[in-house]
Design a protein around this ligand. Structure first.
Ligand SMILES: Cc1cc2nc3c(=O)[nH]c(=O)nc-3n(C[C@H](O)[C@H](O)[C@H](O)COP(=O)(O)OP(=O)(O)OC[C@H]3O[C@@H](n4cnc5c(N)ncnc54)[C@H](O)[C@@H]3O)c2cc1C
Length: 307
């Protein structure tokens, strides 16, 4: 892991920096590149724009590691409101939730009740996506995902290709016909837990993609979402899909708002299902630092905004 990436990921957990960062205008200007704004209205406006370009949207309300029960309940209620607005406006957007924001640190059962209230309200054609967080949460997240599938068979889970364990986790999930969003992984993890070299992470992503696309072709998978901005990898995957006879609409490419916009449009224009994760809300600090860590060149962009 590069030094810059390690420093940024360590800074993402720093309370002192968190409190100060949002006071600076140049930081807020830089954050604006990755999110349309802090309110749901901003996210809805972004979704309408994307829809005109034939690009779908998934909403995520920023925040994590909630410590108060009332706050976690408020987050669940916020998502219920979001889904109501989405349905009323016919935008076809979905939501992606973080379990630590729904009270996982308080208790898994309490968190599940909050998650369940969201699952029960979603329409039966949509997916509620569950994010994957740091490695110490993987076991409990997978356990709650299994419980979620019993309530709502279209629930989707994020799996991280950088973890050594993910190949096994995927094998164990396959009999449940999961919907999977595969990503590389965004947290600071030691080499015993995650591949330290980017090349190995990319290979793991490709290999897991082969597994999910083959399962999808056999009709044994729910939705397959590939969450990446890696254009070379996406080309390699589309070549593989074509050679295996997997249809373009059998999988989706998910990207983050503001990153690789040209590629998002190219995919949509070429008949692929292109979807953008739109993050919004006040608690953007840790999330923004992870975006900087993914691409240290973004730090120069931040500094340019300072001057
Ligand atoms: C829809 C979606 C959902 C996600 N959900 C989760 C989750 O639940 N849990 C989790 O751990 N991680 C999640 N991530 C983050 C993910 O794990 C990676 O950290 C992130 O996607 C960067 O990896 P990459 O695949 O884009 O490839 P990389 O190899 O890191 O990047 C490839 C290229 O993409 C561009 N790029 C990548 N990141 C950035 C950036 N921040 N700014 C500007 N350009 C960039 C650059 O051109 C770069 O060269 C999610 C990502 C996406 C797209």
């Amino acid at each position: 892991m590069s030094l810059m990436r390690s420093l940024l990921l360590a800074a993402s957990q720093n309370q002192w920096l968190r409190e100060r960062a949002s006071r600076y205008r140049f930081v807020r200007r830089s954050v604006a590149r990755f999110m349309p704004g802090e309110t749901l209205e901003d996210a809805l406006a972004a979704a309408r724009n994307l829809k005109e370009k034939n690009i779908g949207a998934v909403f995520t309300h920023l925040g994590e590691n909630v410590a108060e029960r009332a706050e976690a309940v408020q987050v669940a209620e916020h998502y219920l409101g979001v889904m109501e607005r989405n349905h009323a406006q016919g935008l076809g957007t979905e939501v992606s939730v973080k379990l630590t924001q729904l009270g996982l640190d308080i208790s898994p059962d309490f968190c599940f009740e909050n998650l369940k209230s969201i699952l029960e309200r979603e329409d039966k054609k949509s997916t509620v996506w569950i994010d994957m967080e740091a490695s110490n949460y993987v076991d409990v997240t997978l356990e709650l995902y299994r419980r979620a599938l019993a309530v709502f068979p279209r629930a989707g889970i994020c799996l991280q290709a950088y973890l050594h364990r993910t190949k096994d986790d995927l094998e164990k999930l396959l009999p449940l016909r999961p919907a999977v969003r595969l990503v590389k992984g965004a947290y600071k993890e030691p080499p015993e837990i995650a591949f330290p070299r980017k090349r190995d992470v990319d290979e793991s992503f490709f290999s897991l993609t082969q597994t999910v696309l083959r399962a999808r072709k056999r009709g044994e998978m729910g939705r397959v979402a590939l969450g990446t901005h890696d254009v070379a990898l996406i080309r390699r995957i589309s070549g593989f899909a074509e050679s295996e006879g997997v249809r373009k609409d059998d999988f989706e490419i998910h990207m983050l708002y503001g990153i690789q916009r040209g590629e998002q449009m190219r995919l949509a224009g070429n008949g692929y299902r292109s979807i953008v994760l739109v993050a919004y809300g006040r608690y953007w600090y840790a999330w923004f630092l992870r975006r900087l860590a993914e691409r240290p060149a973004n730090v120069w962009f931040l500094l340019r905004n300072l001057f």
